[in-house]
Design a protein around this ligand. Structure first.
Ligand code: FA5
Length: 357
């Protein structure tokens, strides 16, 4: 009788299962594949030895060998599955990237508190200066009738002075012409009317707000800009009072080293009138593009109230006197912070805006 080559089959299977159980790393398992179930395995050499069996025994022995090999292959795959999931977990653990900080800082948009823009900040600072000097703060409408914006200010229709203000018209003619106010001076009229009606004269007020002109934007002009109007209506007011207020304001807001001057000017609603200028802070008076090489920047106009304005609102110019001024808020911001081109105020560049938080 020929020896049965499959006598050792049980032993081969047990040995293979034992080796498998001892492997706890996927790389080792892959390395052992050939010797456990592949080309170099005992199963392969047993397969070859089947040829020595009698044909009637060969089929049965082949089936037994196949069955034994499948057990080991199944165990091998099961081990791979177990090690694979362990390796995966380990890899997950090792490669884990803590995104907490990254997400908080970069990915998730966290709202940041904004802050008022430079013009709003400047308006508040100017108000503070004037409030400290005893003025109250009032506001007027941005859309005005022709009467408030021009006529009550002694600028009748077709008056040449209308050319001083390039106007945006909202409505022309009947029932009345309506404009976007070209300056804050119409608020003077509202205030005088209200004070007269409510018996609250005298008036010491400033009136900040937005104005509009068909001006082409350039280094010191915008089409929508801001002014702060000042109005004093009282008894016995003189030009020296106006000059004193302007001087005090300049020192308080720009500091002692900035030179200011009043130059004779013309406004239909004040007489005498003056333009108020300071040394250009960009070039310190040497002359530059911002000040058109003059060394001076005009901040506003001012003057003693014209009797025609008192008469337009029904105040007796024999009893009441006063002065008014109107400064550009954007110009004040520009000079205070040495902004060479005023258009920077409207460009919404955060690098610019954040400088004034
Ligand atoms: C006036 O608007 C007069 N209402 C001022 C006034 C008030 C005179 C009370 C007398 C009594 P003027 O057009 O010069 O004046 O403008 C005054 C200031 O507003 C200017 O000096 C400037 O600082 C500012 N301003 C005028 N136009 C613009 C503009 N397009 N962009 C930015 N600022 C401007």
């Amino acid at each position: 009788m020929k020896p049965n080559p499959l006598e050792s089959l049980d032993h081969v299977v047990r040995d293979a299962l034992g080796q498998l159980a001892a492997i706890d790393d996927l790389a080792d398992l892959n390395g052992a594949e050939a010797s456990l179930i592949g080309r170099r395995s005992a199963f392969t050499s047993l397969q070859k030895s089947l040829g020595a069996l009698a044909p009637e025994d060969r089929a049965r022995a082949g089936a037994a060998l196949q069955e034994a090999r499948r057990r080991v292959e199944d165990a091998f795959e099961e081990r791979r599955r177990v090690l694979d999931s362990g390796a995966w977990e380990r890899r997950m653990r090792e490669d884990r990237l803590d995104l907490g900080d990254v997400i908080a800082e970069r990915v998730v948009w966290s709202p940041r508190a904004g802050h008022p823009g430079l013009v709003a900040i400047t308006q508040r600072e100017l108000e503070d200066v004037f409030v400290a000097m005893g003025f109250s703060v009032a506001e007027g409408p941005e859309v005005e009738s022709d009467w408030y914006n021009f006529e009550a200010l002694n600028i009748p229709p077709a008056h040449p002075a209308r050319g001083m203000w390039d106007t945006f018209y909202v409505e022309m003619g009947e029932p009345e012409t309506v404009v976007l106010r070209t300056h804050t001076s119409p608020t003077q009229i509202h205030l005088m009317e209200e004070a007269l009606a409510s018996g609250t004269l005298p008036i010491h007020s400033v009136m900040p707000g937005r104005c509009y002109r068909r001006d082409t934007p350039d280094a010191r002009h915008l089409a929508a800009f801001h002014q702060v109007e000042g109005l004093v209506v009282d008894r016995g007011i003189a030009f020296a009072d106006l000059a004193g207020v302007i001087e005090t304001f300049t020192r308080a807001y720009f500091g002692d080293d900035i030179e200011a001057r009043l130059r004779p000017a013309y406004f239909p609603f004040t007489e005498p009138s003056a333009e108020f200028e300071i040394t250009c802070t960009i070039c310190r008076g040497a002359g530059c593009r911002t000040c058109s090489q003059t060394g001076w920047i005009e901040l506003g106009g001012c003057g003693m109230l014209d009797p025609a304005v008192f008469e337009a609102v029904g105040l007796d110019p024999e009893v009441w006197s006063g002065f008014a001024f109107g400064f550009g808020i954007d110009r004040c911001a520009q000079m205070r912070h040495q902004i060479a081109d005023m258009r920077a105020l409207t460009e919404n560049d955060v690098r610019f805006l954040e400088q004034f938080s």
